[in-house]
Design a protein around this ligand. Structure first.
Ligand code: FEO
Length: 394
């Protein structure tokens, strides 16, 4: 247990081994943490718990430090099992403990655990005095679950923000000012890109609402990863940028290929983009991490997706990626498809159609060539890249 601010203690778990999250949906190359906080004011308050595989270790540490019988109230900012998974075990030791949560939170807790506990339903602005400090609750519905909220510890100027502003990042320090900023931001943007992008319009509004409150904020302590202690508002400002059609100006080419024909088209298109001054990155989707690809798409101004045609459609890795792209509701990006084929040749048209349905501005008709492209056809790929670059900047 570590005191992170006067009377506020971190009592979470560092999961150094975690390599996938949400089952196996999201890659977590640097592990993660489940941050739970204990406030030892006149009242002893536990804010969030940890994922259920760690429930015994978590509760044992609390028992040694404060004893479960002395916890006066539990705040559940968000009941997804990575934060609420230990609640059942904890409550079995003191079942009358009041649980402060949103109305949606209580409903989801009931659905997860099939128990009726002492729920205290809170709304934005509700305040509870716990001694020197007040807890002020701020609902954040659909950032990223219906129950999500954050807790502001008035008097300590600390925000316990749950998933918001977090990262899947197990590190040797809990504080941003003691860590490599580059690693921290790689994980923070990956977290946003993969988990929060679909909710960007809500996040923009919520950040505006929080800034308008003009609260003194000296620390933002999320439920995953590192605590923002030095210049904590930097991550709020980043979220504001990320929530508004974010891109870094470059193009990303993502392809899958059977006999390198589509790959050779990708490299020739990239040459054309570069001739016109557009920086680009290339990825073979079938050997790339899908969560990292989504982060790359989030950062790109435009994407070009290539697949050869097999059984009248795109290759599997491209099909899965296009589904993910649609679900992430990226905004303000451009795209186009390309690929080689043997006889039917539907893949590039499918790519353009699905990108268009996902809200991408389609800059060019799809480009396709039969079997292995000739030198002349590769030149046409370079021209395609150049025309794409011109439209991208147009
Ligand atoms: Fe980290 Fe939405 O749970």
């Amino acid at each position: 247990m570590m005191e992170i601010k006067n009377k506020i203690f971190w009592c979470g778990i560092k999961d150094w081994e975690l390599r996938t999250f949400h089952g196996h949906e999201l890659s977590t190359h640097r592990g993660s943490t489940y941050n739970s906080y204990l406030i030892k004011d006149k009242k002893t308050v536990l804010v969030d718990t940890v994922w259920s595989p760690y429930k015994e270790e978590f509760v044992e540490a609390l028992e040694k430090d404060v004893e479960i019988k002395n916890i006066d109230m539990i705040v559940i900012n968000h009941i997804e099992p990575d934060h609420g998974g230990s609640l059942d075990y904890l409550m079995s030791l003191k079942p009358e403990t009041p649980i402060y949560c949103t109305r949606n939170g209580a409903e989801i807790i009931r659905k997860h655990f099939h128990k009726e506990w002492n729920f205290v339903i809170v709304k934005t602005g509700d305040t509870v005095n716990i001694g020197e400090y007040d807890l002020v609750f701020i609902e954040m519905p659909m950032i990223h679950w219906p129950d999500s909220m954050m807790t502001y510890v008035k008097g300590a100027a600390a925000v316990l923000s749950n998933d918001a502003f977090g990262q899947h990042f197990a590190a040797y320090s809990l504080f941003n000012d003691e860590l490599d900023e580059c690693e921290l931001y790689q994980e923070a943007i990956k977290y946003y890109a993969n988990i929060l992008t679909p909710f960007s319009p809500l996040i923009k509004k919520k950040v505006e609402q929080i800034k308008a409150l003009n609260l003194p904020i000296e620390m933002i302590a999320p439920a995953h990863g590192v605590i923002w202690r030095e210049n904590p508002m930097q991550i709020v400002e980043k979220y504001y940028q990320w929530a508004q059609d974010y891109n870094e100006g470059h193009a990303v080419l993502i392809y899958d290929t059977m006999y390198e024909a589509t790959k050779s088209m990708a490299y020739a298109i990239a040459e054309g983009l570069e001739i016109q001054g557009i920086k680009c990155k290339l990825f073979n989707a079938s050997i790339s991490d899908q969560s990292d690809l989504l982060t790359e798409i989030f950062k790109a101004k435009a994407i070009l997706i290539g697949s050869c045609t097999v059984n009248n459609t795109v290759l599997r890795s491209i099909s899965a990626l296009l589904e993910e792209i649609k679900a992430h509701k990226f905004k303000g990006k451009a795209g186009a498809g390309f690929g080689s084929y043997g006889w039917s040749g539907e893949a590039p048209r499918i790519i353009n159609r699905l990108l268009e349905e996902s809200g991408f501005r389609i800059l060019l008709e799809p480009l396709s060539f039969k079997y292995t492209p000739t030198a002349e056809e590769l030149k046409q790929c370079r021209d395609f890249g150049e025309r794409f670059a011109v439209s991208m900047n147009g």
